[in-house]
Design a protein around this ligand. Structure first.
Ligand code: 5GP
Ligand code: SF4
Ligand code: MG
Length: 451
């Protein structure tokens, strides 16, 4: 998911609309904005893309100088309008709106406790728990209650919460998801990625620290911590696939890291070939890196229909398979009679790669060597990236790389090593704990509360 918020700007909802539009790659199922004029909320949510959900008319109704917004990609809770965020609740004398990117690992435990205490839940999302905790806090006022409950939730959360007058920005203690702050005029902006700050011409201020909260109201800004400054486990998949290439996360350019992943991949798994072809769009930087390192020319052998969303985001398997077909087409001039290195950023279920190798062969490619710019995904993600069960993961259904290669119909298949991934995404190799690599390694940075 993606979150975006603005405090103290006369066009808060409009800016949020543009910000969400720049974060569209983080979720395409639903979008929503809640705005406040200091007295009351006005909100609008819907299923689909940002441009489908909002019109000039609906935006004009979202008056006020503060707003938060959300684009959703469901990993917990169903794909339904009532789960579309920001969620809005009655609170104290007014309302409470919550926009959450991430996934709470102790959601079931906390939900059970709250239900026993009499809470009635409106949605199937883990996010609603946050609102109930705030409402049930022994602290009467939002500015005390909201920071106070952050210790009760565990997992990943980049959070924007607001009342009619106040906004809270918070990031989980591990910093699993990115969350950046910017400024535009006198306004403060919070966004999942810096590409959304650029979209509204805000200047980057700083990243939110893991375990930090910020509370903004008419009196100014307060900051504090609900967890000590120590553990950092930013999701390395943000660098591999999820984030937009023009974003900067923790001071590192996503594009540069993707190119490095491709360069290291070329060193680890060289192959004799005529062309390097990327699976657009997310793999293009890694393919360029592979081409630069290997000296094999980069060519555009696959074209993506820009009007089809990320295939992975479709919630059912049937839709997913059809989407791959609709999404990509081949350029025969580049592929016929050629030995091709096909670079992709990840294999999760394996359906995408299999289908693309077939497409390349139909277009006349002689040999297809698949190179993946991340290690094998062997473990599910519990922190908000949609992955199937352990058994459904491609890497767990096959023993060896060459068997996997056969399964997708490739002449060869190779993955980046975990060391290679860490070399590119880590600030400091000696201290690998500053990135989450759990889906590759199985070492989760939090408790999982599985039973
Ligand atoms: P699969 O192997 O499951 O068919 O899909 C892997 C492909 O899906 C890669 O090309 C990757 O770029 C793309 N992809 C799209 N969305 C996601 C996502 O949310 N998670 C992962 N891991 N890959 C995704
Ligand atoms: Fe990211 Fe993988 Fe960790 Fe999930 S398990 S947060 S996808 S690195
Ligand atoms: Mg891809």
């Amino acid at each position: 998911c993606g979150v975006f918020g603005v405090f103290n700007h006369p066009k808060a909802a409009d800016l949020t609309y543009y910000g969400l539009h720049a974060l569209q790659h983080r979720g395409q199922e639903s979008a929503g904005i809640v705005a406040s004029d200091g007295k009351a909320f006005r909100h609008h949510r819907g299923m689909g893309l940002v441009t489908q959900v909002f019109s000039r008319d609906t935006l004009d109704k979202l008056v006020g100088n503060m707003a938060i917004g959300h684009v959703r990609y469901s990993t917990s809770g169903q794909s339904l309008l009532e789960n579309a965020q920001p969620l809005v609740f009655k609170y104290s004398e007014g309302g409470l709106a919550v926009a959450h990117n991430g996934n709470l690992v102790n959601a079931r435990v906390e939900r059970d406790v709250l239900q026993q205490q009499g809470s009635i839940f409106q949605t199937t999302t883990d996010t609603e728990i946050i609102a109930h905790l705030i409402a049930r806090s022994s602290k009467k006022h939002f500015d005390k209650a909201a920071p106070d409950i952050l210790n009760r939730i565990d997992g990943s959360f980049a959070l924007l919460i607001m009342t009619e007058k106040q906004m809270l920005i918070a990031l989980d203690r591990h910093g699993l998801r990115p969350l950046s702050l910017g400024r535009i005029g006198d306004a403060i902006v919070a966004a999942s990625e810096t590409c959304a700050l650029n979209a509204i011409d805000a200047t980057f201020w700083r990243d939110v620290e893991p375990g930090e909260w910020l509370l903004i109201d008419e009196h100014g800004m307060k900051t504090g911590r609900f967890a000590p400054k120590s553990e950092k486990s930013l999701c390395s998949f943000e660098f591999v696939y999820f984030a937009r290439a023009d974003s900067i996360i923790h001071g590192r350019s996503v594009l540069t890291i993707r190119k490095e992943l491709g360069q290291i991949l070329a060193k680890e798994h060289p192959v004799q070939a005529d062309v390097v072809v990327a699976v657009p769009d997310s793999s293009i930087p890694a393919a360029i890196g592979y081409a630069q390192e290997s000296g094999i020319p980069y060519e555009v052998g696959l074209i993506k229909n820009p009007y089809v969303g990320r295939s992975f985001i479709e919630p059912t398997q049937e839709l997913r398979e059809l989407a791959v077909r609709l999404k990509l087409s081949t350029v025969e001039e580049i592929l016929t009679g050629k030995n091709v290195v096909l670079v992709d950023d990840s294999i999760v279920r394996g359906t995408t790669s299999k289908r693309i190798v077939q497409l390349l062969r139909q277009a006349g490619a002689k040999e297809v060597h698949v190179r993946i710019s991340s290690p094998m995904v062997k473990n599910p993600c519990f922190y908000g990236v949609d992955m199937p069960t352990k058994e459904e993961l491609f890497a767990n259904r096959h023993e060896k790389e060459h068997e996997m290669g056969k399964a997708i119909g490739a002449d060869s298949l190779a993955f980046l090593s975990t060391e290679g991934l860490l070399k590119a995404v880590d600030v400091n190799l000696a201290e690998t704990s500053n990135r989450c690599i759990a889906c590759f390694s199985g070492a989760y940075p939090t408790k999982l509360y599985l039973n």
